[in-house]
Design a protein around this ligand. Structure first.
Ligand SMILES: Nc1ncnc2c1ncn2[C@@H]1O[C@H](COP(=O)(O)OP(=O)(O)OP(=O)(O)O)[C@@H](O)[C@H]1O
Ligand SMILES: [Mg+2]
Length: 356
């Protein structure tokens, strides 16, 4: 009886296996199928890393880590200040961001800075740059992150370095960034949704193996004078990535990040900068013209980044990607998808890129 049951189980399970593999073979991206099917591979993200808590550093420790902020350790400069490569006492290599705070913040900002950084350091996701600690010593403010050896996406797209990114790699980067934004927008980590406020390709950093991690999440808030989360008097962010609705009304929403995400998708697709003043008036802004390209394969082929090996993409995948980007940069914020929907669509677009 038991043997019979065992045999029966074997027959059923091998029939199931055959049925599964046959139906997978027959998958066609244009045929409806339940979400679980094409998400199957993506359902098990690696477990989040456990961290022992935020480290607090003194100015002396920051100086020692960067060899007195020597120019040899300078990695770059952005809207918040300079970034240095540093080595901590325990040998860990880190990126140290020396913050240039507005004068008003220097006077009273120490406690608030600590609170904000403590909140941000509770965010933990494989596609977020790990915040290791901070220093709030006198007037000095530093944020210490894990060091990302491949630099930022914008530099790679603009040909700084030798890397030519194929389409699957670009899709992986887009998906990683989408997951990180979806995580920030969900209230799972700190109880309230976190708006990035300065999402752009230079804030997508890459690991040794070109995994995407977002940096500078929540930092723009630290520079803001006005504490109201939803209406700000001063527009913060970067030219080329502004949500037009935010620029007009000062109303900051999660959808402002979605707009900026759409601009990054267009950069990945075309290899062009968000704003390129060296182009003619019609081509300076990357999002102008995207709506004409969507649905027109001929026009679409012309805008696809020539640096991308042709054999690495399917037309279906590229046109679905352009359509998603166009929805993200929709002028009306209500017409933009949520980040969680972008994650699902990108998984599907990846699937559509598998030639079958
Ligand atoms: N964790 C890090 N690891 C390695 N390099 C980093 C890290 N964080 C920043 N950088 C590099 O430092 C440089 C300056 O970064 P920074 O964030 O200050 O400027 P940005 O991203 O251009 O603008 P913003 O200030 O608006 O974020 C960039 O080239 C970036 O690649
Ligand atoms: Mg940055």
């Amino acid at each position: 009886m038991e043997l019979g049951g065992f045999k029966m189980f074997n027959i059923v399970s091998s029939w199931n296996k055959r049925r599964r593999s046959r139906s997978l073979d027959q998958l066609n991206p244009w045929v409806y199928k339940p979400a679980e099917l094409w998400q199957a591979k993506e359902n098990h993200p690696p477990p989040p890393k456990k961290r022992s808590g935020t480290m607090v550093f003194t100015l002396k420790e920051m100086e020692a880590a960067t060899n007195m902020f020597s120019d040899r350790n300078l990695v770059g400069k952005g809207g918040f200040g300079r970034v240095y490569r540093g080595v901590l006492k325990d040998g860990q290599i880190v990126a140290i961001k020396k913050m240039d705070l507005p004068t008003s913040k220097q006077a009273d900002g120490e406690r608030e800075f600590r609170v904000e950084i403590d909140i941000l350091s509770r965010l933990d996701h494989p596609n977020l740059v790990t915040l290791i600690g901070y220093c709030a010593d006198g007037k000095h403010r530093f944020v210490v992150y894990e060091f990302m050896p491949r630099g930022n996406l914008q530099d790679i797209l603009n040909g700084i370095g030798e890397v030519r990114m194929d389409w699957p790699l670009r899709l992986r980067i887009a998906l990683g960034a989408a997951r990180a934004l979806a995580y920030l927008h969900s209230s799972t980590a700190v109880g309230v949704p976190v708006v990035h406020r300065d999402f752009k390709s230079s804030n997508i950093l890459l690991t040794q193996h070109y995994e995407a991690k977002i940096s500078d999440f929540g930092l723009a808030k630290l520079l803001q004078q006005d504490q109201d989360l939803h209406t700000t008097t001063r527009v913060l962010g970067t030219f080329g990535y502004f949500d037009p609705e935010y620029a007009l009304t000062g109303k900051l929403t999660l959808q402002s990040d979605v707009y900026a995400f759409g601009v990054v998708l267009l950069e990945l697709l075309t290899g062009r900068r968000a704003i390129d003043l060296s182009q003619g008036p019609q081509e300076q802004n990357l999002i102008v013209g995207i709506h004409q390209v969507v649905g027109d394969r001929k026009k679409l082929r012309r805008v696809v980044d020539r640096d991308m090996p042709k054999a690495s993409y399917t037309v279906e995948s590229v046109s679905m990607f352009a359509a998603l980007a166009a929805r993200c940069v929709c002028f009306d914020s209500a017409g933009r998808p949520a980040m969680q929907d972008c994650v699902k669509e990108l998984q599907f677009i990846m699937y559509a890129n598998m030639k079958i």
